[in-house]
Design a protein around this ligand. Structure first.
Ligand SMILES: NC(=O)c1ccc[n+]([C@@H]2O[C@H](COP(=O)([O-])OP(=O)(O)OC[C@H]3O[C@@H](n4cnc5c(N)ncnc54)[C@H](OP(=O)(O)O)[C@@H]3O)[C@@H](O)[C@H]2O)c1
Length: 301
């Protein structure tokens, strides 16, 4: 069995990661070096003075870090063999590659099935909230208004159709739950910039994006909602995160914005699941078995 030294930057909620791995079966084969990581208060960009130090950067062979840090520093880590991230979406790393570039290290990630039930709850929650006019009811309450007609829903949820772009782990989970509620479901794989400024009226339709921010043309969403072509949008992911305060989306009526939280949870079971995925992969690595949840650089997921 190989012994390895992991440089580790602890992301949100995973403070027990190091201890749990130390106390696990693989613990005696792993040493940790903590990487200091900060967030720029103005831009919220993650940076690490340690990874900017060439003497430290040269030593990093195994790394656990969040994707912004990996995207920012992988080119300056010449000895890098394997990086693991607690995230499922690694678009920031993919975006940092040149055309057809496949870096010489392995990137593993948390599989979507850990996020899928939380994302499904989020999507269904907003579908029901929109259909049942729950936001309007709250506004009406704030005015102490007792008018029934504006708060009646226009259709039973079983008359609604949900279109899902991307039928991977998460898309399939959402589809199953929607079917249980009786919604009509259709799915679609690889399509880019589906909502663009050539889009015709889809009036009552609400767009929910929990996938990748760059799949949607933001200006087109603003245009579609402002012109009444789109009934609303629930957006959890954005091409630039945090969403800049200057974005017109923040104040656009009918738009709900959440800070990339749809798939994440503070529940101990969820965090333990993330740690287990990594620990199991360390076990495979040090015993020379193939790793799981490896990113395919060509496919991008
Ligand atoms: N908001 C959050 O908190 C959160 C958390 C976890 C994951 N995510 C995001 O959720 C998405 C799905 O994750 P997953 O684990 O379900 O992925 P997955 O199992 O790897 O499946 C990806 C699916 O997306 C499809 N796809 C890829 N590019 C597409 C495109 N341009 N247009 C339409 N479909 C496309 C693929 O279709 P083909 O089979 O045709 O290639 C495949 O069916 C990812 O983008 C991930 O970043 C978000």
């Amino acid at each position: 069995m190989e012994n390895i030294t992991i440089h580790i930057s602890i992301p949100m909620g995973l403070t027990s990661l190091e201890d749990q791995i130390r106390n696990s079966e693989v613990g005696k084969h792993v040493a940790f070096v903590t990487i200091k990581t900060f967030s720029n208060p103005a831009t919220h960009e993650a940076y690490s003075p340690d990874l900017e130090d060439p003497a430290i950067a040269r030593q990093v062979q195994y790394l656990f870090a969040d994707t912004p840090l990996i995207a920012r520093y992988w080119r300056s880590l010449p000895a890098l063999k394997w990086v693991h991230t607690q995230r499922n979406g690694v678009d920031l790393v993919i975006d940092s590659l040149k055309k057809n570039e496949a870096p010489p290290f392995i990137l593993t990630k948390t599989p979507g099935d850990l996020n899928s039930s939380f994302i499904t709850e989020y999507v269904l929650g907003y579908i029901i909230a929109m259909n049942r006019k729950i936001f309007e009811a709250r506004e009406s309450q704030s005015r102490k208004d007792w008018q029934q007609r504006p708060l009646l829903c226009n259709q039973n949820i079983a008359e609604c159709t949900v279109g899902i772009l991307g039928i991977g782990e998460i898309g399939k989970h959402i589809a199953k739950a929607c079917k249980v509620l009786g919604l009509h479901v259709w799915g679609m794989t690889r399509t880019e910039h589906v909502v663009n400024n050539k889009c015709e009226s889809i009036d009552n339709t609400v767009l929910i994006n929990v996938g990748r921010g760059d799949i949607i043309d933001e200006d087109s969403i603003v245009q579609a909602i402002s012109n009444g072509w789109l009934g609303g949008a629930v957006l959890d992911v954005f091409p630039i995160e945090p969403l800049p305060v200057s974005s017109p989306l923040w104040d656009l009526p009918g738009v709900v914005i959440t800070p990339h939280t749809s798939g994440w949870s503070a529940s101990p079971e969820f965090l333990a699941g993330i740690i287990k995925v990594y620990t199991d992969n360390i076990q495979r690595y040090i015993t020379g078995q193939p790793l799981e949840n490896v990113l395919d650089w060509q496919q991008g997921y």
